[in-house]
Write a protein that binds this ligand. Structure first.
Ligand code: SF4
Length: 351
């Protein structure tokens, strides 16, 4: 099977590329009617066709399991819509907003928390009038210190359009931080060229970029080179990952992923508990499993490599740190657990 040259976008493309069997075609066409499909050539190149449990395939190749929706799942699992004062803006926390300019991605992750909003049948790209209203909202709210460009994946926009948007943020003095959330450096690394990097920095603000990756194999040579171009340019890099059954739900893989981030100058930031997105129950681990994995990471790898384990509380109540606490007690007398599980009193007993 030769290398694919263009993104795969439907069940027939997947069959032709040898990623699914012909007998699966009709079931996957039904999935495609509900949820967008896209795999870039870079992602296809990372898939091991000989491994029935390949963690790269599991993230991007659709399965009939997505047709099963469980009662607790919901179309807007983290409650974006209840905090959206104008189209394209989510204002959940006092000092920051999400600016969702585009609901298109270069790949469509099978566990996506916004899967009902992204893709060709999703919420689309903001019109010029809607963008004016979104920028106007940021201008009129001086408490907004940080603007987070997410979506969709904002790096699918052309450098020219991104640069124009950054030019408008540049004029808003109370905005000091611009943050991008993206999967592009790993799934379409060739997009990260000089023009794109210049556009990312065109606001003149401190620029952060959160790289979404879930498995150490995502750090291909091309991805490493793209990430290095970003780091060399002065963009501050942080990570975000989702804890996913069958992809990274073991200590060895998580440790390699977090070390991969740090080796590539990306500071581990968030490890998300999977959200209650429709048709994703096959990806969900329990919170107890997640806490055990994160505790084991603490005893395995450098403090530089530790992410914060996060749950987005359904209903739009925001993020909560759900790593198991290492300390209990009160009234000045505590018990603290060390990284091997040993317990110690604090302050220590007097000898
Ligand atoms: S890149 Fe992000 S928004 Fe797009 S499909 Fe993946 S998780 Fe969803």
């Amino acid at each position: 099977m030769g290398a694919v040259k263009a993104s795969l976008k439907n069940a027939d493309d997947l069959v032709a590329a040898g990623l699914v069997r012909h007998e699966q075609r009709d079931a996957l066409a039904a999935v495609a009617e509900r949820y967008a499909i896209a795999l870039t050539p870079a992602v296809v190149g990372l898939i091991d066709r000989d491994d029935a449990h390949d963690p790269m395939a599991r993230q991007f190749v659709p399965t009939a399991a997505e047709l099963v929706t469980t009662p607790e799942e919901r179309a807007d699992p983290i409650g974006d819509l209840s905090h959206s004062p104008v189209e394209g803006i989510v204002h959940r926390y006092p000092d920051r907003v999400l600016l969702k300019a585009v609901h298109v991605c270069p790949v469509y992750c099978r566990f996506c928390f916004r899967r009902e909003m992204v893709g060709p049948a999703g919420l689309g790209t903001l019109t010029p009038d809607a963008m004016d209203a979104a920028i106007g909202y940021i201008e009129n709210h001086p408490e907004i210190w940080e603007v987070i460009l997410t979506g969709g994946d904002p790096l699918v926009l052309s450098a020219r359009r991104l640069g124009e948007m950054m030019g408008r943020l540049k004029a808003i003095s109370h905005v000091r931080i611009v943050r991008f959330h993206t999967r592009v450096p790993v799934v379409e690394p060739e997009r990260v060229d000089d023009a794109l990097i210049a556009a990312l920095k065109a606001s003149g603000k401190t620029t952060y970029l959160a790289v979404h990756a879930n498995h150490p194999r995502e750090f291909s040579d091309a991805a490493r080179a793209a990430i290095a171009r970003l780091a060399d340019s002065g963009v501050v890099l942080i990570s975000q990952s989702v804890l996913l059954r069958g992809v990274n739900d073991n200590v060895e893989t998580l440790a390699a992923l977090m070390r991969g981030f740090v080796e590539n100058r990306i500071k581990p930031y968030y490890l998300h508990h999977p959200d209650l997105a429709p048709g994703t129950s096959h990806f969900r681990v329990s919170i107890e499993e997640g806490q055990a994995l994160v505790s084991a990471l603490r005893g395995t790898i450098s403090g530089l490599c530790q992410p914060t384990y996060i749950l987005d509380i359904p209903g739009g109540y925001g993020k909560a740190d759900i790593g198991a606490s290492s300390i209990s007690g009160g009234d000045g007398c505590f018990t603290v657990r060390d990284f091997r599980g040993g317990e110690h009193r604090y302050p220590p007993d007097m000898a």
